[in-house]
Design a protein around this ligand. Structure first.
Ligand code: RB5
Length: 148
């Protein structure tokens, strides 16, 4: 049994997070919800940090992050050492950020994508493996950039 997925949203992504939770529930996919739990205004870096640290600590295997655009969440997530986050609204980027970048956080915009597309992207992200090979060298160089 693999580790659960970490979920987090700000108020702009709250409703999309709830829709994705229903989708994950229907598939029996385990997750930990780091909030937020309402549409009251909150600061996306706080939520991103909580979910991403669960990934880098090994408690969770990957993160799904939601804000209005997905962009703020991706900016915050990519500041956490060990996180490779991608903001996606198309399937090609979503698939290849797993294949080539070994992305471990998918960021979605609640004001950008509908629940149907978001759930498709989540499924694709979770099902697509990292290809390794020459891409591992590049991912290693991303990690090295964190240390300078
Ligand atoms: C909140 O209004 C909005 O700024 C936030 O959800 C996100 O889109 C930031 O990138």
């Amino acid at each position: 049994m693999s580790n659960p997925i970490a979920l987090a949203a700000d108020h702009g992504g709250f409703e999309l997070k709830e829709a994705v939770k229903q989708h994950l529930d229907a598939q029996g996919v385990a997750y930990v919800d780091f909030g937020t739990h309402s549409t009251d205004s909150v600061d996306y870096p706080d939520l991103a940090a909580a979910a991403c640290r669960a990934v880098t600590d090994g408690q969770c295997r990957t993160a799904l992050l939601f804000c209005g655009t997905g962009v703020g969440m991706s900016m915050a997530a990519n500041r956490i050492p060990g996180i490779r986050a991608c903001c996606c609204s198309d399937s090609f980027s979503c698939e290849y950020t797993r294949r080539h970048n070994d992305a471990n956080a998918l960021c979605l915009g609640g004001r950008v994508v509908g629940a149907g597309l978001a759930c498709q992207l989540v499924d694709l992200f979770l099902a697509t493996p990292f290809e390794g090979g020459r891409h591992q060298r590049r991912v290693d160089k991303l990690t090295a950039l964190e240390q300078r």
